[in-house]
Design a binder for this molecule. Structure first.
Ligand code: ZN
Length: 297
């Protein structure tokens, strides 16, 4: 019942996102036709939303039955929250738990994979932690966010990590784990730290990101790269009264299954927005010195 109520809430959100897109497109023929296209064939649209996709569980290491139930409850909630924020995934998600005895964090490590068309989240987890501790950790939301786009290859790690860093916190914000102002304040303090690494006047943003990754500067690279989506989100909020996650809801339904590479994803985001904002922003990240990209932060 809880799942159905949540699904119904998500359906309302998706329809609202589509309606919002439609309303913003009154003076924009291109976007209008996209929205019309999205709304055409209503039966097919609703069917694809209500078709059930499963979470499929696997375990590495010893977990008691009670621990397994606790972890399943936690991840079921993360999955539903992700569906509400980014749109319901149109595929099964495989969840692999690997037992960890880490005392530092409930989920010390995780990674997502999409090998052979299997969308999988792998989580190293200490199952003795409380449900509250598990929910307060960002790793699961981060790995679930990765699955919302195809695997882009190690060359574009800066984009996919910045993407998951931004969207995991958007999901957590929608879960009520922190507010928009708390998100903004966390975001600005992390970006201020990362900015010091991005002060080059000769290397591009992407070159600096790659070099940070090679030197284990993961946190600075993840947060620095999240500026790409933050910039888009800010512009959407200001000019179209939308959030970037509204674009993701359209993306899940229309483009996720067909896209293969970063250029496809960027093109699809622009189609969903109805403006060439992503491709224009990508040109800046590719060609401008990192200090120029970061100067407004
Ligand atoms: Zn990641």
């Amino acid at each position: 019942m809880k799942f159905l109520m949540r699904l119904s809430f998500c359906l309302t959100l998706v329809v609202l996102a589509v309606s919002c897109n439609d309303a913003e497109a009154i003076n924009d023929n291109e976007q209008r036709s996209q929205s019309d296209e999205l709304m055409s064939g209503d039966n097919e649209f609703v069917e694809s939303l209500t078709e059930e996709y499963d979470l499929i569980w696997t375990w590495e290491g010893d977990f008691t039955a009670e621990e397994q139930e606790k972890l399943k409850t936690w991840i079921t909630e993360v999955n539903e929250a992700t569906a509400c924020t980014l749109g319901p995934y149109q595929f099964d998600v495989y969840v692999n738990f690997i037992r960890s005895d880490s005392k530092n964090r409930p989920v010390p490590f995780g990674f997502a994979s999409r090998k052979g068309g299997i969308n999988q989240v792998n989580l190293y987890v200490n199952p003795t932690e409380s449900p509250e501790e598990l929910m307060g950790d960002w790793t699961a939301q981060h790995e679930f966010s990765h699955l919302s786009i195809p695997y882009l290859g190690s060359k574009h790690k800066w984009f996919s990590e910045g993407f998951a860093t931004f969207l995991s916190r958007q999901t957590m914000m929608d879960q009520g784990l922190f507010s928009q102002s708390e998100f903004d304040s966390l975001y600005h303090s992390r970006i201020t730290e990362a900015k010091e690494c991005y002060n080059s006047t000769t290397k591009t943003f992407i070159e600096v990101s790659d070099s940070l990754m090679q030197n284990y500067g993961y946190s600075d690279m993840y947060w620095g790269s999240s500026t790409f989506l933050f910039t888009l989100d800010k512009r959407l909020r200001q000019e179209k009264s939308m959030r970037f996650v509204d674009i993701m809801k359209i993306y899940q339904l229309k483009y996720r299954s067909g896209d293969k590479a970063l250029r496809d994803v960027i093109g699809s985001f622009d189609k969903a927005i109805g403006e060439p904002w992503c491709i224009d922003l990508m040109a800046i990240y590719r060609n401008q010195p990192s200090a120029v990209v970061m100067e407004n932060y």
